[in-house]
Design a protein. Structure first.
Length: 253
């Protein structure tokens, strides 16, 4: 089967010069890969290039299709680093999550019954049912992050790319997310690429760690093998935790 992500020789230059330099990275079906590295090493820049938000040199293929020709956007879910809150009238949780179904809908089409059911289900899986019609700005940081992850998941992606999804998130939210994502990886074969500083409860899900140092891959292998001098920026990589229970409210899809 074709890997969800295959990247070879990826290079990104930003205003100050080269930020990502010759990175090779593969994420297989049902595989959970975490990107670690010091602040400013280029992790966010790399994932933004891999999902097509910024230009890069080298070869990037999603599900076997070169990025420039990739059209099946629904297969890719992306949770950016610390999404900013919008100005003006804030969207409700339901509106934010519904926006994640856009790739499934005809242009200007209204949400179908199956879209609405998928939205309700995703909101329930991140345990925000009671807050569905509240403005997202009224939620705690951890709850907002759960809503953004529900938005990425409601499209039923086969590859989920997340940039520090649990940074600054309360312990309960981190554990809800780890449990849900573990279920999607184990039972639905979803692949994950996650930038992280603190693995927390996600640690038990990680199949492979890739450490980025000054824009290059400096280590690839088990999390346990990440050297302390790489880990010093990750004081919370921590011990494995048990996080695989299926979410209480039942499986997605
Ligand atoms: N838009 C930009 N223009 C110019 N330089 C940038 C831009 N975005 C990031 N950089 C620089 O690129 C380098 C890598 O930044 P990046 O955010 O990718 O690192 P990171 O590993 O994700 O860091 P962190 O862990 O702090 O999120 C940094 O030196 C940063 O200052």
């Amino acid at each position: 089967m074709t890997s969800p992500l295959t990247a070879r020789g990826v290079e990104v230059d930003l205003a100050g010069g080269p930020v990502v330099r010759g990175v090779d990275l593969t994420v297989g079906t049902g595989e959970f890969v975490t990107l670690l590295g010091a602040n400013g090493s280029g992790k966010s820049t790399l994932v933004r290039a891999l999902v097509g938000l910024i230009p890069a040199r080298g070869s990037i293929e999603l599900f076997g299709t070169p990025l420039a020709r990739f059209r099946d956007r629904w297969r890719l879910g992306y949770v950016p680093q610390r999404p900013g809150s919008s100005s003006g009238v804030p969207a409700t949780v339901r509106e934010v999550v519904t926006s994640g179904r856009l790739a499934h809908r005809p242009l200007l089409g209204f949400a179908s019954r199956s879209d609405r059911a998928a939205v309700d289900e995703a909101i329930s899986h991140v345990r925000l049912g009671a807050k569905a019609d509240q403005p997202i700005t009224e939620l705690s940081g951890g709850q907002q992050q759960r809503a953004y992850i529900a938005r990425a998941l409601v499209g039923d992606p086969q590859l989920l790319v997340m940039d520090e999804p649990t940074a600054g998130v309360d312990a309960e939210s981190a554990s809800v997310l780890a449990s849900l994502i573990g279920h999607l990886v184990d039972d639905h074969g979803m692949a994950v690429l996650m930038v992280a500083h603190e693995l927390g409860p996600m640690r038990a899900l990680v199949d492979r760690a890739v450490v980025i140092d000054a824009g290059r891959v400096s280590y690839e292998g088990p999390v346990d093998g990440v050297r302390h001098d790489h880990a010093h920026d990750h004081p919370h990589i921590g011990a494995p935790e048990r996080v695989r229970p299926v979410p209480e409210e039942g499986p997605l899809g």
